[in-house]
Design a protein around this ligand. Structure first.
Ligand code: NDP
Length: 606
């Protein structure tokens, strides 16, 4: 398929749009930032510590000593566990509150759940654990099943501990092991710990006054209640036929769920604070013959191409294999440069070209809203006014048409920075009470809140009794993004101080390979304590800062959300701190470190 650049539907005025962006941002920024959200532990355990699929059951406590405890059975923990097994380390436990592997793809079972990025890039280990995605954007169930296949191939079920919530972690210097306390009273003593808890593990709720007063039914999208709604992930929510439903949240999740509510509920009220960008989904079956004809290594190559189309640069003549809204900006920039004869641009000239191209992409997306929505006022409310990638891009062929239905009402709550109040009977917005039977919270996850909230583990206590939450109070302090001084034998995964890719599976692969190497080396050399030195940690922090490519100004102009720490000036990005030279340069750096074989930067003790 030839991938062409796109165009804005007509001329637009950048200065005017900049001013509009400023106004839209100002309207929404809340001084309390992240603390506008409630923690599920704040009286909402029934939203979180419940598993509608495999209810958490009491079991006898486990008392054991193991080599490695992997916390989390989502993509991070799953890939890390597989890499440990691959390295011959089998005395491990993969621990999760869920009843199976899958993480995000275990918990999220809402109707319409589908991956928003190219499945051939996104789904883990497609060559190693052979599978050809059925669709360009795989449905949730298929991704979940790939997780199960990986777990089976690496015999991870044997050592998994599901339905298990970790309450505290403490380093015991006497035995040089981490002690893990859980909801079952387990006493697990692990030589190493891998923190694979992921960024989307803990749902959060809007701190709307009266949220506890509602007498109807309510749930968070990551704990979809099919007993109440009827149906399954494909639809058939017949239980809603006589129900008035409110949904709060129009991010990536809301966009996927709302068409189903519109189709099945008697009436749906969509409370929108900020509209998402909605591009066409344009899904299609992945041709069997295409994947069969690919040379080994095709997935890594495709992922690299995806990276170039998003966080990197598409070079002159380079094909855009992904060819969707994620890569549209870079693709259009490459096409413009080609038109101009590929001149050498100064940084300022490049940023100017980028801005113009960005505004054109957003103008095209706003044009789509006018094309689809019948009522001009509703269309205006659904138009996003911010730069591309200020918020997570979304894709749907069904979302916008839902607002043409007579049983769907869009309620704009931007002027009041969110819903006013929740009462016993429903939701109050713009001074009007909307009586409903059910409230669905599509309000996202603890992504940029404090580490304590994100991990949800009461205490993480390292050597000398130091808390990890204190150690990271002013931000990450790591060596290579994966270890911290004072926290021996503990490895971190995720968006810490590492190379970042739009494709998390790729990141987890890179980190897992590295962590498995370190643990393998320790076990082979009879080393019982591996701790990043204070010097190595500081050097890595300095190196990160020296190479940092700051997108601070960009984020400061964005409308609030978890991409920019709710619009605050303390820009704790959801990407953590990003290694400036890029994801692949980071991969090369840690690979060279491994090849040197000297474990430099670690204090090693027998
Ligand atoms: P988000 O954090 O993206 O969205 C939360 C929504 O709740 C926003 O629309 C927010 O509005 C709204 N909200 C919060 N507080 C209030 C309030 N007081 N009143 C009214 N509205 C409010 O969460 P999602 O679950 O949608 O997505 C989280 C992430 O999960 C995605 O960005 C994506 O990375 C991932 N995801 C991936 C999917 C995929 O690949 N298929 C599918 C779904 C999610 P505002 O924008 O104004 O803050």
């Amino acid at each position: 398929m030839e991938c062409k650049p796109t165009q804005a539907p007509g001329p637009f005025d950048i200065a005017e749009l900049r001013e509009r962006h400023r106004q839209e941002r100002e309207k929404r920024v809340r001084p309390e930032g992240d603390s506008q959200y409630l923690e599920v532990s704040d009286g909402f355990d029934d939203f979180y510590e419940v598993d509608p699929t495999n209810p958490i059951e009491q079991r006898d406590p486990v008392t054991e000593e193991i080599d490695v405890a992997v916390l989390g059975a989502g993509f991070a923990g799953l890939i890390a566990s597989a890499r440990l097994k691959h390295a011959g380390i089998s005395n491990i436990r993969t621990i999760d509150m869920a009843g199976d592997f899958g993480g995000t793809w275990y918990w999220n079972r809402y109707p319409g759940l589908q991956c928003d990025t190219d499945a051939c890039s996104y789904m883990p280990m497609l060559e190693e654990v052979p599978h050809v995605p059925k669709d360009r954007y795989a449905f949730g169930e298929e991704i979940y099943e790939q997780c199960q296949r990986i777990a089976r191939q690496y015999d991870l079920y044997e050592t998994a501990l599901f339905g298990t919530i970790v309450r505290s972690l403490s380093w015991d210097e006497g035995i040089r092991r981490w002690r893990i306390e859980t909801n079952h009273g387990d006493d697990i003593r692990a030589r190493f710990i891998i923190m694979g808890t992921g960024p989307y593990n803990r749902p959060k709720l809007p701190g709307i006054p009266g949220i506890r007063d509602f007498k109807g039914h309510s749930f968070h999208t990551s704990r979809w209640d099919y007993e109440y709604t009827g149906g399954d992930r494909k639809g058939g929510l017949t239980g809603l036929a006589d129900k008035r439903v409110a949904i709060i949240g129009t991010g990536a999740t809301g966009i996927q769920v709302i068409p189903f509510l519109g189709e099945y509920a008697k009436h749906t009220y969509v409370f929108q604070r900020t509209p998402s960008t909605i591009d066409i989904r344009g899904d299609m079956a992945v041709p069997r013959e295409w994947t069969n004809s690919q040379a080994p290594g095709w997935q890594a190559e495709r992922r690299k191409n995806f990276y170039d189309g998003t966080f990197g640069v598409l070079k002159p003549g380079q094909a855009d294999l992904i060819c969707d809204n994620w890569t549209e900006l870079n693709r259009n920039i490459a096409a413009k440069l080609e038109e101009m004869g590929n001149p050498e641009l100064s940084a300022e000239q490049y940023m100017e070209l980028r801005e113009q191209t960005d505004y054109a992409v957003m103008e095209r997306l706003r044009g789509r809203v006018d094309e689809v929505i019948d009522d001009p006022e509703t269309a205006e409310t659904l138009k996003p006014y911010y730069r591309f990638l200020c918020k997570r891009p979304t894709f749907s062929d069904d979302y916008l048409p839902t607002f043409n239905r007579p049983n769907v009402t869009l309620v704009d709550v931007s002027a009041s920075r969110g819903v006013d109040r929740i009462t016993e009977k429903g939701v109050v917005a713009n001074g009007e009470e909307y009586e409903v039977d059910c409230i669905v919270f599509a309000s996202g996850f603890e992504i940029t809140t404090s580490f304590e909230r994100r991990f949800g583990i009461g205490a993480i206590t390292g050597a000398g009794g130091r808390s990890l939450y204190d150690h990271w109070e002013d931000g990450y302090r790591t060596f290579h993004g994966m270890s911290s001084h004072g926290f021996p034998n503990m490895a971190f995964m995720g968006f810490t101080q590492i190379g970042v890719s739009v494709n998390v599976s790729d990141m987890y692969e890179q980190q897992s390979t590295h962590i498995a190497y370190v643990i393998r080396q320790a076990l082979d050399r009879g080393i019982t304590r591996v701790e990043a030195t204070a010097e190595a940690e500081q050097k890595w922090i300095d190196h990160m800062h020296a190479t940092e490519l700051s997108n601070r100004d960009f984020l400061l102009d964005c409308t609030p959300g978890y991409y920019n720490n709710e619009g605050g000036t303390d820009l704790r990005s959801h990407l953590g701190e990003v290694y400036g030279p890029g994801f692949y340069a980071f991969g090369d750096l840690i690979e060279q470190w491994r090849e040197s074989g000297d474990m430099a930067g670690f204090d090693l003790q027998d």
